[in-house]
Design a binder for this molecule. Structure first.
Ligand code: ADP
Ligand code: ZN
Length: 519
């Protein structure tokens, strides 16, 4: 079967081989198993269900929430000679009837629908009359409340699977890989013998950098000045930041546009078009920008703030270098970013368990900003890939030639302070005690009396915070899950306190400065 699949790949798509992972997924589907493919955008998931669709009898139903992309996808399939169509709310009723009838005659190998269709009983009845061998589900995380884009209509997919006269093979795809979401997808769809595949998260042409700079705006200005001909995106956390960065760059004479949810549809469309057609080089945007846009020659993505989690960062940074050319992803970290994100979680309307989950994901993002290890392998491990490289030679950590220094003494003071505070407080309060701050809460709790009070007073408070975060990222400390995460010691920290282990970290802003100009 796989040989046949390979032939079709050449015949229809013109590619000579499958990408890593594509053949595993296709073999598994063709053997009759349900699959869950965890792949990033652009990882090549379409082929994973389109080729089996050509080999299986009847029609493959593709459920996708991206209505705006359906027509393009069908046009592409059309041009390759693969019979396919879509049904969504953009069609008139007679046209829907017409397409359903044709589908009933087996004229399409693929039928794309929006999930909302499944909430219409009449439509479900019509589907029962088709021969559906496979149901492919795009953006499958939408079925999960833990995902970032829960859509109740996705719940109807399991009703559909039960209603169909023969249970089809189910192939679900998502770029969100957290265990909660994976479990939710498998359970909500009652998947059978599911094979879970995680693949394609590596983007070898992207250089990852985390850096701390004194003046972020000035840094960006210089960065852009070193790349006047190149297109890039700058992401900022709030509309206010987008506006102010835009103003700053505009006044500096940069060819710049802006995009956030506070602008009118018209303004946003115009900004997007200009960027797509290279009328403006730099787009300053909130996270509202980028869904579904596909500009291949974005040479860099700068993050003015740390995003809320690794999924968001990966997706936004991943908009660089779609054409495979070398491109850069730079995160301009500042400790303030942690406060912003914590505040946003606190203020959200989420129930406590979801808030706890968001905090946990935020912690992984904070760790990314503090790890002294290879950033690429950190990303790949986060997304669950196996066989990740020790070092990639193409990230700010791998390129950081500075030696680690012995920080055992500071680490011991931090650990002992946490113990004296009975491991019941968060990073910020621990840092305040070590700094010897006069914070009222700290004094009310009697921490002024601790022998560790003010032990690190010679450091700036944000230096202490970042050192604690580095110790978390290195596994000496842990942050508990829950709504009020507290910092605790890991076993190895005990050994450091006893003096049997040493702690070696990179010097304070433990990240090498990124080269601002291209050489
Ligand atoms: P996704 O749906 O995962 O976002 P696509 O299926 O659209 O990604 O694939 C992304 C790009 O990679 C497309 O241009 C596609 O043609 C290309 N591609 C997919 N599989 C292969 C392959 N085996 N060899 C070469 N290019 C591929
Ligand atoms: Zn690396």
């Amino acid at each position: 079967m796989l040989q046949q699949a390979q032939k079709l790949l050449k015949q229809y798509y013109g590619y000579s081989s499958f990408r890593n992972g594509q053949n595993d997924i296709i073999s598994s589907v063709l053997a009759g198993n349900d699959v869950l493919g965890i792949m990033p955008t652009g990882g090549g998931k379409s082929i994973c269900y389109q080729i089996p669709a050509l080999l299986l009898p009847g029609t493959t139903l593709v459920i996708s929430p991206l209505i705006s992309l359906m027509k393009d996808q069908i046009d592409t399939l059309d041009s390759m000679g693969i019979p396919a169509t879509f049904i969504n709310s953009s069609l008139t009723y007679p046209e829907v009837e017409n397409r359903i009838q044709k589908a009933g005659k087996g004229l399409y190998k693929l039928l794309y629908i929006a999930p909302e269709r499944l909430e219409m009983e009449r439509f479900m009845v019509l589907l029962q009359k088709l021969t559906i061998s496979m149901v492919a589900i795009d953006e499958a995380h939408c079925i999960s409340q833990w995902g970032h884009d829960f859509r109740p209509s996705y719940r109807s997919i399991s009703t559909l699977l039960k209603m169909l006269p023969e249970r089809p093979i189910v192939a679900a795809f998502t770029a969100t890989a957290t265990p909660e979401v994976v479990d939710d997808i498998v359970n909500s769809l009652s998947l059978h013998n599911t094979n879970v595949f995680r693949n394609g998260f590596d983007r070898p042409n992207l250089t990852y950098t985390v850096t701390r700079v004194a003046d972020k705006k000035d840094y960006m200005k210089q960065w852009i000045a070193g790349r006047v001909k190149e297109a890039g995106i700058i992401y900022a956390a709030t509309r206010k930041d987008v506006d102010s960065i835009y103003e700053y760059l505009y006044k500096s004479g940069v060819s710049v546009g802006k995009y956030h949810a506070g602008l009118s549809d018209k303004e946003r469309n115009e900004a997007q078009e200009k960027f797509l057609f290279d009328d403006v080089r730099v787009m300053v945007a909130s996270n509202a920008f980028g869904m579904g846009i596909d500009k291949s020659n974005v040479r860099y993505v700068l993050h003015y703030n740390m995003p809320r989690n690794m999924e968001a960062y990966y997706q936004e940074a991943g908009r660089a270098g779609r054409d495979g050319e070398p491109s850069e992803c730079v995160l301009l970290f500042s400790p303030q970013d942690i406060m912003i994100q914590k505040f946003l979680i606190e203020q959200s309307q989420l129930p406590p368990d979801r808030k706890a989950n968001e905090s946990k994901k935020l912690q992984s993002m904070i760790d990314y900003c503090h790890t002294p290890r290879c950033l690429r392998s950190y990303i790949l491990q986060y997304f669950g890939e196996k066989d990740t490289p020790q070092s990639c030679g193409n990230c700010s950590q791998c390129n950081d030639t500075r030696e680690r220094v012995n920080m055992t003494k500071d680490a011991q003071m931090i650990f002992s302070c946490i113990l004296r505070m009975r491991e019941r407080y968060g990073v910020t309060l621990v840092a305040s005690v070590l700094k010897g701050s006069k914070l009222k809460k700290l004094i009310d709790l009697g921490f002024e009396q601790l022998p560790t009070y003010g032990l690190l007073a010679h450091h700036a408070e944000k230096t202490i915070i970042s050192r604690i975060n580095a110790l978390i990222a290195e596994g000496y400390l842990m942050i508990t899950e829950g709504q009020y995460p507290v910092v605790k010691l890991q076993t190895i920290a005990g050994a450091v306190l006893k003096g049997t282990e040493e702690v070696w970290l990179k010097p304070e802003d433990n990240v090498a400065p990124a080269s601002v100009k291209r050489s």
